[in-house]
Design a protein around this ligand. Structure first.
Ligand code: SF4
Length: 181
């Protein structure tokens, strides 16, 4: 029942990410739920990614992989970074370019994530994440936003997105995402 509860809430969180407000009314948010054997596959992917990271980041990935392993399921939320509505550009400069057209033409680089990204896509990701974890919080399902899940999911090509954040979910008597080593 507890695993089923986590799974149901993950679907509600994905729905909340979908209906969350989007800047300029354009939606580039992607979601995916991992459960069953895919959760262990993700944890293993995080440990593989840790091998390529500097020590302080590697430690964070390994600790979070342990947390993922004891989770019922994981929700991925990602976004692509293209400028919005090029026909009526904002040209705000927050991406470091003079205008949206320059970002659209810029060569993409992939490190942990792919960039550069339009600030409005990044804002949408933050709003979608907040909307999703609000649902989990209201329904008392333990959760935590994790960059470390996102970088592993990105390397494993689990979601067609430039930036990804993962949210593991758990239903146990003790929150596995707090008071960790
Ligand atoms: S961040 Fe860059 S691409 Fe996005 S609106 Fe501003 S100038 Fe355009």
């Amino acid at each position: 029942m507890e695993k089923e509860a986590a799974r149901i809430v993950a679907t509600l969180m994905a729905a909340s990410a979908r209906t969350a407000p989007k800047t300029k009314g354009e939606d580039s948010i992607k979601t995916l739920i991992l459960d069953g054997d895919d959760v262990e596959g993700l944890a293993a992917g995080m440990e593989r990614k840790a091998e390529k990271m500097p020590p302080h980041t590697a430690e964070m990935l390994r600790t979070n992989a342990d947390s993922v392993r004891v989770s019922s399921c994981v929700l991925l939320i990602g976004v692509t970074g293209e400028p919005k509505r090029l026909e009526r550009p904002l040209d705000c400069g927050a991406c470091g370019y003079d205008n949206c057209e320059s970002l659209a033409r810029a060569a993409k680089r992939t490190k942990d994530f792919t960039g550069p990204v339009c600030i409005f896509q990044a804002l949408d990701l933050g709003i979608a994440l907040a909307s999703a974890v609000k649902i989990a919080s209201e329904l008392n399902i333990d959760n935590r936003m994790m960059y470390s899940i996102g970088v592993a999911a990105k390397e494993m090509k689990l979601l067609d997105a430039d930036v990804i954040i993962g949210i593991p979910l758990s239903v146990t008597g003790k929150n596995p995402y707090s008071a960790r080593r």
